[in-house]
Design a protein around this ligand. Structure first.
Ligand SMILES: *Cc1c(COP(=O)(O)O)cnc(C)c1O
Length: 342
């Protein structure tokens, strides 16, 4: 099976598994796990923040950031296609009792005007706007990269209005490699950042949340509250550390493979796709003109040994990752051709 359903399906390599098996560990709830501490220090440095907290998932990292920054009844501004709206189990409502103000960006990227139009007046009828959350790269936006200028203008207008800015940088390293801009530079414009290890970086578990000292101190409290404080977590932190050290530069291969796939698919009658929209490792396309729903298409493709995702019967998503070679991509494109040929 050529598995393009997500970059989360990648398997830890033998070298990563070895690093995990040999990691020195301790009780990380007491701050005594040397591998967790090393990962946290290395990620704080990478992101240019005071401190970072190792957590079981990027979902938890985002939810803790929202919890620290808001009070019940507050509102968070984010693009309508953001991960926390669609895939985090209604976390903002359940855990922080906050509202979301969804804005219409361009595949996840919005600007100063959207922030300004979403900020509520200081009026008891309205929720209190507290935070802006940006997703870089944007997953449902097809791995779209936020231009640095857009991050800077959204962040400065938000700060001017007393709002904090959180970056869901679960896929940040894809942007770093594709745009050639450092994680530290991107993160310098926001107050907190999530970085996920289980996507392109290929680790089996975990994410970090980074920010200033006071923010991380509060985040540590909610890590405990939400049940995310672990014990000998160095075993999984070692996988994350391996991913950060060895699997960043190679993301360029995933991007080239995604581009190649996009170009092959765009040449097929019946597929709607603009290869220039593919900036990182995510390829979204439509198959309506081929006379089938995206789920029918995904089923037929699976029968030919290729797994892709289907969204709302309309969109198909294919994601490249470290388990996918250039040859796999060419075979996947051939399988798509066969499906369309009936
Ligand atoms: C995958 C992802 C998450 C959630 O990550 P988990 O570690 O699976 O909880 C959050 N945001 C974005 C943009 C993602 O791609």
């Amino acid at each position: 099976m050529i598995d393009l359903i997500s970059d989360t399906v990648s398997q830890p390599s033998p070298e990563m598994r070895r690093a995990m098996a040999e990691a020195p560990v301790g009780d990380s709830q007491r701050g005594e796990d040397p591998t967790v501490n090393e990962l946290q220090a290395e990620c704080a440095e990478l992101l240019g923040k005071d401190a970072a907290l190792f957590l079981p998932s990027a979902t938890m990292a985002n939810q803790i950031a929202y919890k620290v920054r808001t009070r019940p009844g507050d509102e968070i501004i984010m693009d309508r296609w953001s991960h926390p709206i669609h895939f985090e189990g209604a976390g903002p409502a359940v855990l922080s009792n906050v509202m979301i103000y969804p804005v219409d960006g361009d595949r996840g990227v919005f600007g100063e005007e959207e922030v300004l139009s979403a900020i509520r007046p200081d009026d008891p009828h309205a929720p209190r706007t507290r935070l802006v959350s940006i997703e870089h790269t944007n997953n449902l936006g097809g791995g779209k990269i936020w231009p640095l200028g857009a991050i800077m203008s959204v962040s400065s207008i938000s700060h001017l209005h007393g709002l904090s800015v959180h970056m869901d940088g679960s896929r940040l390293m894809n942007a770093v490699v594709a745009a050639g801009i450092s994680a530290r530079e991107y993160a310098s414009h926001v107050d907190s950042v999530t970085l996920c290890f289980t996507k392109g970086l290929g680790a089996p578990v975990g994410a970090v949340l980074a920010g200033d000292r006071d923010f991380i101190k509060e985040a540590r409290r909610y890590q405990q509250t939400f049940g995310g404080a672990m014990r000998q977590a160095g075993i999984i932190a070692a996988g994350a550390l391996y991913g950060v050290r060895h699997n960043v530069d190679r993301l360029a291969e995933d991007h080239a493979n995604a581009k190649l796939l996009a170009e092959r698919l765009a040449a097929e009658d019946g597929i709607d796709l603009s290869p220039e929209d593919v900036e990182t490792n995510i390829v979204f396309f439509r198959v309506a003109r081929a006379g089938m729903t995206s789920s029918e298409f995904a089923e037929k493709l699976k029968a030919r040994g290729v797994r892709v995702g289907s969204y709302k019967g309309e969109r198909v998503r294919a994601v490249t990752h470290l388990g996918i070679t250039r040859d796999d991509v060419l075979r996947a494109a051939d399988a798509v051709h066969d499906v369309l040929a009936g």
